[in-house]
Write a protein that binds this ligand. Structure first.
Ligand SMILES: Cc1cc2nc3c(=O)[nH]c(=O)nc-3n(C[C@H](O)[C@H](O)[C@H](O)COP(=O)(O)OP(=O)(O)OC[C@H]3O[C@@H](n4cnc5c(N)ncnc54)[C@H](O)[C@@H]3O)c2cc1C
Length: 286
């Protein structure tokens, strides 16, 4: 296995193209190091992408643009997520209690794994786009089309994720995130992210409910049935509980961390919690 440490994007693209499917980009390496022998034993070239100028967070034309190697800690620290429409990103990071991981793990790494991680669930609820780069230029794929299964995504040979973009939500929109894990040092067993917009008479005019870490598909999924219950109604206790109960249409995985039955129950609890947080935040936004 050879290690490369390119200093600009073009150099990185050349290496990725030269080694083809035997090359992988690494960023925080928190996943790569833990799964090196089990998943990456056929890799010939490891390309460190931390020196390519992809660590930034900025607002551009109404979109929050997050460079792929931005760490979760940076996303938590920036003023752009401290309050206002993007606060859910800081709140999602806050639920990851291990500071060493927060300081190293990157948004690009989270997006590429998509399984037992938190950020992709929030990105799905916020209709994010993934910007992909290669020697041939850039292309953009929506978050809902990026993931194909656990560790499977839309990236083709020679490509890597270079940026994540989140459209600024409309007025009176709020988000909520909730999760369950065995211990603070463990991966999530269930997580849920909700985005709600309030319209006339405080009726819900737009809703996204995303569930992750628990699904049989291994990737975050929209809970369409829960969204339908929320849409166009007043969000009283009864409707919130009904929507949370409707999220049991998500098929949950059964593994050593938790049974499918327990996960289904926790999905309902996490969705209810996330809806309540989103509703509070939506009420605070002008
Ligand atoms: C003990 C522990 C607990 C954790 N708990 C949580 C948690 O509760 N919630 C949470 O969200 N996360 C958690 N994490 C982090 C999470 O599991 C991953 O380790 C992290 O998201 C990976 O990010 P990274 O930048 O380190 O990726 P890396 O390890 O560098 O890479 C991971 C994979 O993504 C690919 N990749 C990385 N960046 C790119 C890119 N830009 N383009 C293309 N491919 C790329 C790599 O090739 C590799 O296949 C935890 C990690 C540990 C070790």
């Amino acid at each position: 296995m050879e290690y490369f440490n390119p200093g600009d994007l073009n150099e990185a693209y050349e290496i990725l193209m030269k080694y083809g499917d035997a090359a992988i980009p690494v960023a925080g390496s928190t996943f790569f190091m833990g799964h090196r022998e089990e998943l990456f034993d056929e890799v010939d070239a490891v390309v460190n992408i931390k020196r390519l100028g992809l660590s930034y967070i900025r607002l551009e034309k109404g979109r929050l643009c997050i460079g792929a190697t931005t760490t979760l800690a940076e996303l938590h620290r920036t003023g752009l997520t401290a309050k206002g429409p993007f606060r859910i990103f800081a709140e999602t990071v806050r639920e990851l209690k291990i500071m060493e991981v927060r300081n190293a793990a990157t948004i690009g790494g989270e997006v590429c794994i998509a399984g037992e991680v938190d950020m992709p669930t929030t990105l799905l609820a916020y209709d994010a786009d993934i910007v992909i780069g290669s020697r041939n230029g850039t292309r953009t794929v929506s978050m809902s089309e990026f993931h194909k299964g656990y560790l499977k995504n839309a990236l083709q040979t020679g490509e890597m994720v270079i940026e994540v973009q989140v459209p600024e939500p409309g007025r009176r929109t709020g988000g909520g995130f909730a999760k369950f894990e065995r211990t603070a040092a463990d991966l999530p067993i269930v997580n849920a992210a909700v985005r709600l917009t309030l319209g006339r008479g405080d009726r819900c005019s737009d809703a996204r409910v995303a569930v992750g870490a628990a699904t049989v598909s291994g990737i975050p999924q929209r809970a369409d049935a829960a969204e339908k219950v929320l849409l166009d109604g007043t969000l009283d206790d009864e409707r919130i509980r009904k929507a949370a109960a409707a999220s049991n249409s998500i098929e949950c995985v059964n593994d050593f961390r938790a049974s499918a039955e327990l996960r289904t129950l926790w999905v309902e609890c996490a969705v209810e919690d996330a809806i309540r947080k989103a509703l509070t935040h939506a009420g605070e936004e002008k």
